[in-house]
Design a protein around this ligand. Structure first.
Ligand SMILES: Cc1ncc(C[n+]2csc(CCOP(=O)(O)OP(=O)(O)O)c2C)c(N)n1
Length: 273
């Protein structure tokens, strides 16, 4: 990645954060911390990794992206609107009566593959898509973005065992590993550590990365799969609420958004354009 490309992707991540802050503020909704956590991951995926086309959102050979942590759908809408999958005016109606953008991610929005919200649903569906692509001899890849809360669900562990057994190397998981859930720290709710070791023991190819470093994310995802014959798992270390000082690493930012008084300050802190 050149320095100019890096700057552009970082700018996109800042715009994603800005849209998320404004959407959740206008809609008086929550989960802004969960969205701020994945801004760089969204920006890198949609500019450098996913083979998708806003003009042909249902093209048969498109890569499939599934957001399993569906409560952070605003961050996906932000990047899809930036790329032109739908008009940015739709942001105005996020989480509001008559709006097109539902709080939890919905497949009624162009570019969204699957509706989620109940944790633990994304990976089982992604595994099914990967198996179907294999049977149909299709070349598209399936990428699933999960949270550490998602990884507490039993359905996730059944799906990841199945993916390894069937050597689904067309499947990649990224975990937004911010270590905070809705009401507490992951280590207190249901600890996943030693996470990478467990995944390797389950026959996944695992990498770890700073989930806010766009160059590192790009390098980690440049060649997929990480290992032929194994599904790929990227543990992205992130900060919940990233970019807004009073939200970073707090549990409160899960169900929060910014107040009228805080909006301008938050936009200034993230360097919104
Ligand atoms: C099956 C299920 N149980 C409970 C919830 C309520 N809930 C919403 S988000 C969340 C946890 C949030 O933490 P995490 O999944 O790690 O997401 P992030 O920190 O990235 O926002 C919970 C328990 C849910 N959506 N689905």
């Amino acid at each position: 990645m050149t320095a100019a490309e890096r700057t552009e992707i970082e700018r996109l991540a800042r715009r994603v954060r800005g849209h998320c802050l404004r959407m959740t503020h206008r809609g008086r909704s929550g989960h802004v911390g969960s969205m701020l956590s994945i801004a760089e991951i969204m920006a890198v995926l949609y500019t450098r990794v996913l083979r998708v086309d806003p003009a042909h959102p249902r093209a048969p050979d498109r890569d499939r992206f599934i957001l399993s942590k569906g409560h952070a759908g605003g961050a996906v809408y932000a990047v899809l609107g930036e790329l032109g999958f739908f008009p940015q005016e739709w942001f105005q109606g996020y989480y509001r009566d008559g709006g097109r953008l539902m709080g939890h991610i919905s497949h009624h929005v162009p570019g969204v593959e699957f509706s989620t919200g109940s944790l633990g649903h994304g990976l089982p569906v992604a595994v099914g898509m990967a198996l179907a692509a294999r049977h149909a001899r299709r070349q598209h890849r399936i990428i699933c973005l999960m949270s550490d809360g998602d990884c507490n669900e039993g359905s996730t562990w059944e799906a990841l065992l199945f993916a390894a057994q069937h050597k689904l190397d067309n499947l990649t998981v990224i975990v937004d590993y911010n270590r905070i859930q809705a009401l507490g720290m992951s280590k207190d709710v249901l600890d996943l550590e030693p996470f990478a070791t467990k995944l390797q023991a389950c026959h996944w190819a695992v990498k770890e990365v700073d989930g806010h470093d766009v160059a590192a994310l790009d390098a980690a995802l440049a060649v997929l799969p990480f290992e032929t014959g194994k599904p790929s798992w990227l543990l992205a270390r992130t900060v919940k609420g990233k970019g807004v000082s009073w939200m970073e690493n707090t549990v409160a930012c899960h169900y929060g958004s910014v107040t009228d008084e805080e909006l301008a300050r938050a936009l200034a802190e993230i360097g919104a354009e």
